[in-house]
Design a protein around this ligand. Structure first.
Ligand code: FNR
Length: 182
């Protein structure tokens, strides 16, 4: 399955980016995960949505070509970071490349709640008419105290979290396979 990962943090040492990279490596062969950079996307602007800059066109075509989207988001002020919302706003317009495309929502934070409020907002956004992305219900991933679960080298080394992620990915793949043919 071809999956694009959208990571809500653009900082170099992002734990969410590390999580996306961990998943890319661990599930290689079952999920071909490409992490799409969103840092260079301009601010969404309705005036240019029909003829957007190349960065936006490339981004949208990569999402369009994927079988599914993996979201990996931190929580900023009880919601998703603006940079991620901006990316979604581009995806939701004109050719609306997210419609019908399955999503898997994950995320982490240094606090105990593991980005739960951000992910709840993200689910609301994914259900908006311009996005309309099906998600598997109940298959939720909230990694709290994330800074204690990665080692110095940036590897996830918390076995219960790894076992949990394995289960969530198994559930996601099984759910994806039973969706009507795309
Ligand atoms: C945060 N953080 C945070 N954490 C949380 O649990 N709830 C929140 O509302 C917020 N709000 C918030 C706002 C801003 C502007 C920043 C910079 C941070 C903490 C945040 O989850 C933590 O820094 C994560 O580690 C950020 O993710 P990355 O960059 O490590 O992927």
């Amino acid at each position: 399955m071809k999956v694009v990962a959208l990571v809500g943090s653009i900082r170099k040492e992002s734990f969410n980016l590390k999580l996306a990279k961990f998943m890319q490596k661990r599930y290689h062969g079952r999920l071909e995960i490409e992490i799409l950079p969103i840092r260079e996307l301009p601010h969404y602007d309705q005036d240019i949505e029909n003829d957007p800059p190349e960065a936006v066109r490339d981004f949208k075509s990569k999402v369009a070509a994927a079988d599914a989207v993996l979201w990996v988001t931190p929580e900023y002020n009880y919601s998703i970071p603006g940079v991620l919302k901006n990316a979604i706003d581009w995806l939701s317009r004109v050719d609306k490349v997210m419609i019908g495309k399955p999503s898997m929502v994950t995320g982490s934070s240094m606090g105990m709640l593991g980005s739960v409020r951000a992910q709840q907002h993200l689910r609301d956004i994914l259900f908006s008419p311009g996005v309309s992305s099906p998600i598997i219900l109940g298959n939720e991933v909230y990694i709290g105290a994330v800074h204690e679960k990665f080692d110095e080298a940036g590897h996830l080394n918390h076995e219960p979290t790894i076992a949990f992620l394995d289960q969530v990915v198994d559930n996601f793949i099984a759910w994806y396979k039973q969706l009507p043919a795309k």
